[in-house]
Design a protein around this ligand. Structure first.
Ligand code: ZN
Length: 383
């Protein structure tokens, strides 16, 4: 909660320090705690295969909400906090909304307390679990693990990704368990006749679902990239990626080094992206999504959302087949592009026409410069 002086004149008179206004102050509530009994621990499989232990506790009310389920994050936490089933635990819900277990009250440990055994096999597909050096998280590395598939589909349909309204976790789980939905492309091949015969699906809800799925096909590229759930690729990186290509599959030609030249992309992120675009199954999925009508091109909408060609630099050389040099330059500038007069590492795009000479030769030696012909230039600016 932030308490503010609600008189604008007084606010003016109070002014600012170099850090903050003198007329506003944060009021922090004390953390709220309660005790409960740790009944059981479930092991959930995330979309990247991570195994998360989740404590099931006797329902307890803290700060107006009932808590019965608490993430324990990883195996180390269970050890560090010395948790056992049937223990009395101290639960805290601080200012934020995620509750956590502070500790178990060892002095109240009952005789029937049971140690928590972390599984060595995936609770869903029974594959052997792995833990990487230096990581605290155990993973199921079976890419076809049904639990991961479901989580990936849920992520794809979620609000920040493809935003397919009315789909929801429950429907994904239900359709998957009935064999109606097996992978991400399956979203666009749902058998609505069969769904229509299921309980709880009226004509209206089917119509809504069908049109929400249809609408999602034209979501901008960065939402699709985020929805693919590539490890370490959040919404910001997804936007950077979408801006860097005119078609998503161009990334199959990017090396890890080229990826690392993109804004805020480090080694870890670059190798994850590289890995994704070199997996034949993933490429097959992208082809299938495109043939189902999804947008894999960088459309104008995408660029407007991501800030157009703003700050990108252009140089034109040679005679273009249809455009005059001045027209082409104006088009680049109209979208926020800047014109350079010579080839250097600062140049992003060299657009070449007939009889391009030394500039082209020079540009070929600088790997970061993208060399386009007129058609590719027009595609880039969506004309
Ligand atoms: Zn598994």
């Amino acid at each position: 909660m932030v308490i503010k002086v609600n008189d604008l004149d007084l606010q003016d008179r109070l002014g600012m320090t170099s850090h903050h206004p003198r007329w506003a102050i944060a009021f922090k509530f004390k953390a709220r705690q309660a005790t409960s009994k740790l009944l059981d621990v479930e092991f959930q499989v995330g979309r990247t295969g991570s195994i998360t232990p989740v404590a099931k506790i006797e329902p307890v009310h803290i700060g107006g909400v009932t808590i019965s389920s608490i993430s324990l994050f990883n195996e180390d936490i269970i050890r560090e906090k010395d948790l056992m089933k049937n223990d009395t635990v101290l639960v805290e819900r601080a200012g934020d909304v995620i509750p956590y277990i502070v500790k178990s009250l060892a002095e109240l440990r009952p005789a029937d307390a049971v140690p928590i055994v972390f599984p060595t096999k995936c609770p869903t597909c029974n594959s052997q679990l792995f833990k990487e050096e230096g990581e605290a998280v155990w993973r199921c590395i079976n890419i076809e693990c049904p639990a991961q598939v479901v989580e990936r589909i849920i992520h794809f349909t979620s609000k920040d990704a493809m935003d397919i309204r009315g789909f929801g976790d429950a429907n994904v789980r239900k359709f998957h368990s009935l064999g109606l939905l097996e992978d991400i492309p399956g979203i666009y091949k749902l058998d609505f006749d069969q769904i229509g015969r299921m309980e709880g699906f009226g004509a209206k809800s089917i119509d809504n679902l069908r049109s929400a799925i249809e609408t999602s096909k034209s979501q901008p590229l960065h939402r699709l990239i985020f929805g693919l759930g590539i490890r370490f690729v959040g919404e910001t990186t997804a936007k950077t990626l979408a801006q860097s290509v005119s078609h998503l599959k161009e990334f199959t030609n990017y090396s890890v080094e080229q990826l690392m030249q993109l804004e805020d992309v480090g080694t870890k992120v670059a190798s994850s992206i590289h890995h994704f675009f070199n997996n034949p199954q993933n490429l097959q999925m992208l082809d299938e999504l495109e043939s189902l009508g999804l947008q894999l091109r960088n459309t104008k909408k995408d660029k407007v959302e991501a800030g157009g060609l703003s700050g990108q630099t252009f140089l034109f050389t040679g005679t273009l087949p249809t455009l005059k040099r001045s027209e082409a330059e104006a088009m680049a500038e109209a979208q926020g592009g800047k014109l350079l007069s010579g080839v250097s590492a600062k140049l992003n795009y060299l657009v070449v026409g007939e009889d391009a000479g030394s500039k082209l030769e020079k540009a070929k030696k600088i790997s970061t410069i993208k060399i386009l012909n007129e058609a590719e230039f027009l595609a880039l600016i969506n004309r």
